[in-house]
Write a protein that binds this ligand. Structure first.
Ligand code: HEC
Ligand code: HEC
Ligand code: HEC
Ligand code: HEC
Length: 126
């Protein structure tokens, strides 16, 4: 009997752990760099929700912005799109190329706030 109880316990525990680990894989921990042909650096660390909570960022469009005819649309956001949907590899018109867009967005705010990483290896962690 004891053996069966132990077996059931182990099975239940095992499936809980599996659910937890599968779930946490869905939370973003790094920026997906699939759009870059041959990335030179490891993908940048970015725990999306945790980052934004710690940094106290309320507006999604601080990053997921939307422009119309070159004008920022104040109350709308574009989180249903990837940055790469609008930012091509190279600069096009007013829109900076993708790497520049990420760097300006991330580092720009860190510099402005004198908080958050600005050195290569702090974001592109090996
Ligand atoms: C604040 C965080 C941050 C810092 C600091 C930073 N990067 Fe990035 N970088 C990113 C993000 C986000 C991307 C988008 C793709 C990714 O995660 O690799 C990126 C993309 C890149 C890319 C294009 C993708 C690739 O891997 O080839 C290169 C090259 C790059 N960074 C080099 C650098 C270098 C060199 C430095 C230091 C001078 C640096 N980065 C500093 C966040 C950062
Ligand atoms: C500090 C910048 C920043 C803020 C603020 C931010 N995001 Fe994001 N978010 C990102 C980046 C960067 C990505 C990755 C985009 C890419 O790979 O093209 C992303 C991706 C996403 C994705 C799709 C990918 C996924 O796996 O989750 C959703 C959905 C999303 N964000 C929703 C939101 C919402 C909702 C808010 C506001 C509550 C928000 N974001 C605020 C930077 C931010
Ligand atoms: C719906 C299209 C679209 C999406 C999605 C988008 N951008 Fe942009 N972005 C633009 C356009 C257009 C401009 C040029 C604006 C102008 O006319 O100055 C721009 C400008 C920028 C700039 C320079 C001006 C500024 O605001 O500092 C940065 C940095 C930037 N984008 C980063 C990002 C990042 C990071 C993401 C993903 C989280 C992203 N963008 C998603 C369209 C987009
Ligand atoms: C609008 C401002 C803003 C933007 C945009 C922003 N950050 Fe930050 N970030 C912060 C602040 C503020 C902190 C410091 C939070 C603290 O510890 O108080 C921070 C901290 C971090 C840290 C340290 C660990 C953590 O999660 O707190 C990492 C890594 C980081 N940012 C990566 C990024 C990357 C990558 C991007 C671009 C995709 C980005 N950040 C865009 C404001 C920003």
């Amino acid at each position: 009997m004891k053996k069966i109880a132990l077996l059931i316990f182990a099975t239940v525990l095992g499936s809980i752990l599996l659910i937890v680990s599968v779930h946490s894989q869905e939370d973003m921990v790094v920026i997906n760099d699939d759009v870059f042909d041959s990335p030179q650096r490891p993908p940048a660390v970015f725990k999306h929700d945790e980052h934004n909570e710690t940094a106290g960022i309320e507006e999604c469009n601080q990053c997921h912005h939307l422009y119309e005819d070159g004008e920022l649309v104040e109350d709308e956001s574009s989180e249903d799109q990837s940055c790469s949907d609008c930012h091509a590899e190279n600069d096009s018109g007013e829109a900076p190329g993708l790497t520049k867009a990420f760097h300006r967005n991330c580092k720009g705010c860190h510099l402005e706030n004198k908080k958050g990483p600005i050195m290569c290896g702090q974001c592109h962690v090996r």
